[in-house]
Design a protein around this ligand. Structure first.
Ligand code: PMP
Length: 407
């Protein structure tokens, strides 16, 4: 069986895809976090070792070089998402980016009576920060429902949005259903009533080309570890004029212009939002990861994962009592439920067959409630996933079926 016409053959670059004895491991949990290629590991090792020094302060040449590398990483992120260097804030990840927007832009711009629009399928990190700020300022949250195949229902969004809505925050790709948002249309609907829109790009950026200017959004966030880079680093892109007007949220070193006990003034954006010694090594590692996926090509990656999703859905739909969740064209992610079998049992049996999937609520409890399940089993793919993973998933699911003899 050939599921891939033009496979991307990079498995050998990823030490994490082999166990201690060198045996292949079928890692189908890339939506949680991606394995790292040697190219990223080597750059991180060098940055932590022979190249290591602080940034922005040192007068010695090692520090000046490190500053250049850190700022080059910012340029790499900006180029990758189609923004300007001055519009990129390094953060710990998408969670921190959303908290930053909620606490800086949200605290300055939201007031009692304003409304925030989210969707049923949001990750908790795109729900809870908004609940916290809404509670603080007296704003309310509304929720856009999903279509029957698991997409954010933009017709419903257009019908329910009002001029009271000041902020819309939606996932570009669902981490559970893999459904892809028409982010440009969503931005148009938000802007029509004067609302700002934040797009959570955590699951999109590793799987498709993203251009924030073409999407016409106001904020775009993602995490480095899901795009083959290190943990502890991610990015917030914010439209220049919005970021320039946002107040600081964390205080400390580096983010200031001048400090006196009488009055402190702040550095311009994006420095104003990066208090303290930044995640220097991690930012440089993220740039290496961006170089890595860019060399392969985002369109090739999208086609590769699309073929894998199709093969996985074909196999799973052949297992009686499996309910596939999400649309047929789900983006790199396949969630499913099996009647009478808890997803944790599916995960455990697959693990015994050397296949790692995720089972649980995937930090999307409101979505679980809407789907009427306590949890789902989720297989998710990356650039290194291939036919051997699909075959191992098929073998593992056959074992699950036999053990539970559901058909
Ligand atoms: N949003 C989505 C859609 C995600 O999949 C995740 C991670 N599972 C997050 C936000 C949060 O990302 P992080 O934990 O890296 O901050």
């Amino acid at each position: 069986m050939t599921v891939l016409d033009a496979p991307i053959d990079v498995r050998a670059d990823f030490p994490g895809l082999f166990d201690a004895d060198g045996k292949p491991w079928h890692y189908l949990d890339t939506a949680a976090t991606a394995q790292k290629p040697r190219q990223v590991i080597d750059v991180v090792t060098r940055a932590l070792g022979t190249d290591y020094a602080t940034v922005h302060r040192g007068v010695y040449s090692r520090s000046a070089d490190m500053t250049l590398a850190y700022e080059a990483a910012r340029r790499a992120v900006a180029r990758f998402v189609g923004g300007e260097e001055s519009e990129i804030v390094f953060v710990r990840g998408a969670t921190e980016a959303i908290n930053l927007v909620a606490n800086s832009w949200g605290a300055a711009n939201l007031k009692a009576g304003d409304r925030i629009l989210l969707s049923t399928l949001e990750h908790h990190s795109n729900i809870v920060p908004w609940q916290l700020i809404a509670e603080r300022v007296g704003a309310e949250i509304d929720v856009v429902p999903l279509t029957s195949d698991g997409r954010i229902d933009l017709d419903a969004m257009a019908a329910m949005i009002t001029e009271q809505h000041k902020l819309v925050a939606l996932a570009h790709v669902s981490n559970v259903l893999g459904s892809t948002l028409d982010a440009r249309r969503a931005a148009g609907i938000a802007h029509n009533v004067g609302a700002k829109i934040l797009i959570d790009g955590c699951q999109a950026v590793p799987r498709m080309a993203v251009d924030v200017k073409a999407l016409d959004c106001d904020f775009y966030v993602f995490s480095g570890h899901k795009i083959y880079g290190p943990t502890g680093i991610g990015a917030l892109w914010a439209r220049g004029e919005i970021l320039d007007a946002m107040p600081p949220w964390h205080g400390g070193g580096s983010m200031i212009d001048r400090v006196t006990f009488a009055k402190t003034t702040y550095a311009p954006a994006p420095t104003r939002f990066e208090a303290g010694t930044p995640a220097i090594v991690e930012a440089i590692g993220l740039a290496a990861a961006i170089d890595y996926v860019t060399a392969i090509g985002m369109d090739r990656i999208a086609a590769h994962e699309g073929a894998l999703v199709k093969a996985a859905r074909d196999i799973l739909s052949g297992v009686n009592s499996v309910r596939l969740l999400g649309p047929d064209d789900s983006n790199g992610i396949v969630s499913f439920a099996m009647e009478g079998v808890h997803p944790h049992d599916i995960g455990t049996i697959l693990d015994e067959s050397g296949v790692a999937i995720r089972a649980g609520h995937h930090c999307a409890q409101p979505l679980m409630e809407a789907l009427g399940v306590p949890a789902t089993a989720r297989a998710s793919f990356g650039i290194y996933s291939d036919e051997s993973d699909i075959a191992a998933l098929a073998r593992g699911m056959e074992r699950v079926r036999k053990i539970f003899a559901n058909d």
